[in-house]
Write a new protein. Structure first.
Length: 49
């Protein structure tokens, strides 16, 4: 449930930034995909052990 709440909050803030036309302070998408890969690797290793 906390993941869905965090996702919903992020989406809401993203929409507000788009409406106000403010650049997001978030890292570029490439960095976010890197973080996703790190989490997937960590989860895969935990599942294998």
């Amino acid at each position: 449930m906390p993941y869905l709440q965090a996702l919903a909050a992020g989406l809401l803030v993203g929409v507000l930034y788009a409406v106000v036309r403010v650049d997001s302070p978030a890292p570029p998408p490439v960095a976010l995909f890197g973080l996703l890969g790190m989490l997937a690797g960590q989860a895969a290793l935990a599942a294998a052990l």
